[in-house]
Design a protein around this ligand. Sequence first.
Ligand code: NCD
Length: 311
Amino acid sequence: MTHSLKGRDLISIADLSKPEIQDVLTQAAQFEQRLARGETMHLCEGRILATVFYEPSTRTRLSFESAMHRLGGRIISVAEARTSSSAAKGETIEDSARMLAAYADVIVQRHPAVGSARALADAADVPVINAGDGTGEHPTQALLDLYTIEREKGGLDGLQIAMVGDLKNGRTVHSLAKALAHWRVTLDFVSPPELAMPARLVDELQEQGVRVHQTDDMQAALAEADVAYITRIQQERFVSPDEYLRYKGVYVITAEVVRQAKPGIVVLHPLPRVDEIATDVDALPNAAYFRQARNGVYVRMALLAMVLGAV
Ligand code: NCD
């Protein structure tokens, strides 16, 4: 490895340079091959990962834990940290950080507050990986999204990528858009105007030379897109149920929508889906979201092994 991530935190995808991102993806591909050969690995033997989740998760937590097991390491976990950790007694993130760092060699945290991962990392003297900080960022999802797009499309340069749904509150699209800015891509942001990509992020992307279009017309965007990255309306970020219901169901991808889109379009979704991708899409070759979720294990193996200095 030319670019060492040993001992580093991953809070924002902007913490990684393009060569560092490429190193993670290369390492992930190696791990994918080794697992396919049925290899048992011991690279992280004797090391402990702590997963601390203050918000629901299936894929992110379990794929991190699966990744650590695949590397021969061990895990300790607080699955429902909001109610079952000492946070419920009023312990601060900073105090939790000191304890977690005493018990584990690397910490993965998901928390509803933007900036919470930074706060944890500042107080912990072991690497901290942000598994989602509210509406902020989700950098490891961006890495597995990049890995998947490269796999499905054979590369990233020259692609037109449509991001659809709740771009205001969705942390996955925030991190993914920033990550894609390292490549020559066109980004189409498709959302109701009220759920648009934060203006500051759009400005940042344009300053970096990314071509950005914003629209609320999904079908028009998908007619030109190589990749459709669909997201869930983030119910938990709305102040009232009525407000959520106003946007729920505003974009629904069906097999018919895919047939009218650009031929060969790859449909991604960080999951969980609610109603934004109809199940009749699942059987189409374009549907890559379950392969995408599987890729999370390889990418998280790479990241854990790298921050622990095991590769
Ligand atoms: C996403 C998340 O938690 O931000 N899920 C995930 O990590 N795969 C997307 C979502 O919850 O909508």
